[in-house]
Design a protein around this ligand. Structure first.
Ligand SMILES: Cc1cc2nc3c(=O)[nH]c(=O)nc-3n(C[C@H](O)[C@H](O)[C@H](O)COP(=O)(O)OP(=O)(O)OC[C@H]3O[C@@H](n4cnc5c(N)ncnc54)[C@H](O)[C@@H]3O)c2cc1C
Length: 337
């Protein structure tokens, strides 16, 4: 098989790239995703999130190595293994990166990455439907928020007295309330915004692949596990990615690229695929019997991730507790909802 662009991984990034590159009808694009289609209904119902955390059919179920700093425990690192990737199993919270972080990247010499550079793309990608923000007689929200983009961003559908009380309590202690964490400041207490439409998950598969499923110049292969990228020497003597080898239904197959091979297999597997293809630390690769094509120290190093630690309080007024909704008749009501 031959295509102009080959994209490895149909996750958050891969689905966007597949859509944008195939806008040009003269360009052919192949997207390879190791997981399957997102048919499991628990992907789409937000409460199904808990179940997707323990389902190896749609989650790679990685774990950290036991380390001193984690009390020698293995910590789960969930990652989506399905079209939409981790956007099909994540918590759907829509919070952009901090402006200061982007600005720091730009200051370090990465031109085009300051917040004012990336803001037009945030705006272009979203369809913000949060009435309380956009119905104000104030043009300011639209300077920062987008309307009409492919990714649905909505307000939480239910607010709870106990959470309203929490926001007020924070304010009384000097921590401001914030109605829009994607507005002009990020800190402060308030409700999340969600990548959901009418209460259902809006993954990048829904946002970027569903609307273009009839494009003839885009081929989406699911259950296609990329094994390694193929390199050849370019005219400048440096290795150039020309294609890849993947397996599907027990068969090993090749696909070649006229223009580019794009690696968007996520933070864990992109470096792994590079290493399997001979790009990484030569010592580590030779131990594994992999011929080193380019010796680069940083591949597979310096992963930074955040833990989730949940905080719980005992309430004096049990009527306010959200836990009570997960029991008895209240549970039935919640399931229906
Ligand atoms: C449980 C959880 C909760 C999260 N909650 C939030 C949240 O609320 N808000 C938020 O903004 N972010 C959240 N995130 C993070 C966010 O989802 C990720 O940062 C984002 O989806 C990463 O996008 P990506 O394209 O880099 O990778 P992914 O979306 O993970 O895509 C990588 C894709 O590559 C595929 N792949 C991997 N290896 C191969 C191979 N060898 N061959 C073929 N395909 C391959 C994978 O199956 C996957 O589909 C959460 C993530 C998780 C896991």
């Amino acid at each position: 098989m031959l295509a102009d662009y080959i994209i490895i991984g149909g996750g958050s990034a891969g689905c966007v790239l597949a859509n944008r590159l195939s806008e040009d009808q003269n360009v052919s694009v192949v997207l390879l995703e190791a997981g399957g289609k997102d048919w499991n209904p628990l992907i789409h119902i937000p409460a199904g999130y808990i179940k997707t955390m323990v389902n190896p059919k749609i989650n790679w179920m990685f774990k950290t190595e036991p380390e001193e700093v984690s009390g020698r425990r293995e910590i789960a690192i969930p990652r989506g293994k399905v079209l939409g990737g981790s956007s099909s199993i994540n918590s759907m919270i829509y919070i952009r990166g901090q402006a200061q972080d982007y600005n720091q990247w730009a200051q370090k010499g990465n031109s085009g990455w300051s917040y004012s550079d990336v803001l037009p793309y945030f705006k272009k990608s979203e369809n913000c439907t949060i009435k309380s923000l956009l119905d104000l007689d104030d043009e300011r929200p639209l300077q920062l928020r987008g309307k009409g983009g492919p990714l649905e961003v909505s307000a939480v559908r239910n607010t709870y007295p106990v959470l309203d009380t929490l926001i007020k309590a924070a304010s009384s202690l000097g921590y401001p309330a914030n109605l829009d964490h994607n507005g002009d400041k990020q800190d402060g207490f308030g409700y999340y915004q969600l990548t959901q439409k009418r209460g259902l998950r809006y993954s990048t598969r829904k946002a970027y692949l569903a609307p273009i499923k009839n494009r003839k110049n885009l081929k989406v292969l699911t259950s296609a596990f990329v094994e390694f990228i193929r390199f050849e020497d370019g005219e400048d003597g440096l290795p150039r990615a020309v294609g890849l080898t993947y397996s599907k239904n027990g068969q090993q197959l090749d696909v070649f690229a006229n223009r580019e091979v794009i690696l968007s297999a996520g933070a864990i597997q992109s470096p792994q695929i590079l290493e399997l293809s001979g790009i990484g630390q030569s010592g580590r690769l030779s131990q594994l019997g992999i011929e080193c094509i380019v010796n680069i120290k940083g591949v597979g190093e310096n992963l930074a991730d955040h833990y989730i630690s949940r905080i719980s309080w005992k309430l004096k007024n049990k009527e306010l507790s959200i836990n009570r909704m997960s029991r008895g008749v209240n549970l039935a009501k919640e399931v229906l909802r």
